[in-house]
Ligand binder design. Sequence first.
Ligand SMILES: C[S@@+](CC[C@H](N)C(=O)[O-])C[C@H]1O[C@@H](n2cnc3c(N)ncnc32)[C@H](O)[C@@H]1O
Length: 201
Amino acid sequence: MEDAHSIRELVLEGKATPALVRDALNSIAPRARDAWVDRLLGLEEIPDDGPALPRGAVPYLPCAIDSVLRAIDLAGVTDTDLFVDVGSGVGRVTTIVHLLTGASTLGLEIQPQLVQAAHALSSRLGLSRVKTLEGDAHPGEGTVFFLYCPFSGDRLNTFLDELERLRRPVRLCCVDLPIPARPWLSLLAEDQDVTVFTSAP
Ligand SMILES: C[S@@+](CC[C@H](N)C(=O)[O-])C[C@H]1O[C@@H](n2cnc3c(N)ncnc32)[C@H](O)[C@@H]1O
């Protein structure tokens, strides 16, 4: 079993390859993986939500790492992707996906204090390819979009309309989030709580 602190040292030295991080994570028992990732990233308590969280929106709650692993595998995320976490909290998913795959990652987050925490995390680890933008999430650049319940209902429908208007193929990974049927979305794969679609607008 790999110690999270020694992997963190390798990240800081720029020597942590995706294969090395994945092997280290795979060597940890599933029930201990979330705490291991938090030690690797130096994340402690879950921060409180602030007044910028829209009424009815889902508060910050980190996605379970095994669901993130399923999304990476089902969507086939590689180092050529730009992976976008829609409602990215403190940057836990963007950071670990970058370390596990080599993909560039982008977080979109509406709560300023969480965006600051995400900037601090990528700067502490020296990860220039992990970025976060503050504001209401709209799809723009990106090849893979990841949604762990940032919103539902009308707001989710608006996001899907905007995704369709991108007019280019993307993969959409949803964790615990039912997606309304759209003719341009095709099911690629699903496993437990994770569903991945491809778009063909
Ligand atoms: C369930 S949390 C998921 C956090 C992150 N994806 C993770 O798994 O660690 C949902 C996040 O979506 C954010 N959020 C909610 N509505 C949003 C919106 N309209 N635009 C951007 N972020 C939003 C919340 O502030 C919260 O951080």
